[in-house]
Design a protein around this ligand. Sequence first.
Ligand SMILES: Nc1nc2c(ncn2[C@@H]2O[C@H](COP(=O)(O)OP(=O)(O)OP(=O)(O)O)[C@@H](O)[C@H]2O)c(=O)[nH]1
Length: 372
Amino acid sequence: MFDSLKDKLSGFRKDVEETTEEKAEEADEADADADAEAVEETVETEPAETETTPEPESTDDSDSKDEESGNGRGGFAQKAKSFARGEIVIEEQDVEDPLWELEMALLESDVEMSVAQEMLDGIRNDLVGATRKFSAETGDVVEDALRDSLLSVISVGQFDFDQRVAEADKPLVIIFTGVNGVGKTTSIAKLSRYFEERGYSSVMANGDTYRAGANQQIREHADALDTKLIAHEQGGDPAAVIYDAVEYADAHDIDIVLGDTAGRLHTSEGLMDQLEKIGRVVDPDMTIFVDEAVAGQDAVQRAKEFDEAAEIDGSILTKADADSKGGAAISISHVTGKPILFLGTGQGYDDIEQFDPERMVERLLGDEEEEE
Ligand SMILES: Nc1nc2c(ncn2[C@@H]2O[C@H](COP(=O)(O)OP(=O)(O)OP(=O)(O)O)[C@@H](O)[C@H]2O)c(=O)[nH]1
């Protein structure tokens, strides 16, 4: 999952490491030369009573930035002080090329332009002016900067999904929107299983009365999961189907109504009217947008347009298992202001995981072993 993006982020870390490594070596050599000269001078003149070189200051803040006036981030005064402490300062010129490479890599990975820009600004801001000891690893400083920038773009709008479900009046009505074939129906089936494992009963409602074969498709899932399905004839009113499902849930003490909708294009006025009518008739508690991670920027664009037409509460990105780029997963919450709630990770009913920004970042930065 997201392997190519992972490689690119690791490439950035290595680039900055190499640049600062060279710089640290040069600084180390210059330091050794200066020490040798100082020794020679001391031998030629009277032995000095007092120290000729300034005492290094406390070195316990290797990642600190000098914000004192006149020292400017990476400015001369800070460089001199850091040098005396056995540290180098990471400067704009050290990260310029790696940042450019990273920008290209993010765009190639289908990260949305404004999201890539925000990440780069965050990383530049964190790195330029940061100090590292001659002997220390730059990797940690870069990893922290990458972690912060990734987290800030992917954790937009996060809320505790399980808690919201637990606290909601029942039946909780969830409507699923998104275009054709992205895995909406499969995600509904997966969530039915997800809720069952957490002790909630659910009923499925086929609000996709448009497409021939939609009833049969969702019925197969409902049968396999032993979940009740409410469906009407093809061409019927989707709002009426979901309304009936809510009535059924009320009458049978069912906790959650999972309402499928027709996956027509977001540009279709009919679809938007339909969603608006569902909104009016059943007043859903949540609307979840479903799209496939592999669709990259198209998925992000569609999420934005669906959200504008019928406000969404969050997204599910399916087929994350087949996505090496990760662009949609990085961009979608930042662009819509609504969180990713789940990732689809395969075709089985258990192949769904709750989206956890921290875990996603660990995965991208390679701290978590990926089970294939
Ligand atoms: N690899 C993988 N395949 C998935 C995932 N989710 C769904 N699929 C597959 O994607 C295909 C389309 O899924 P559907 O659920 O039929 O898509 P849909 O959006 O409901 O399609 P319509 O009903 O035509 O609108 C199916 O073959 C699913 O098995 C996933 O997370 N990973």
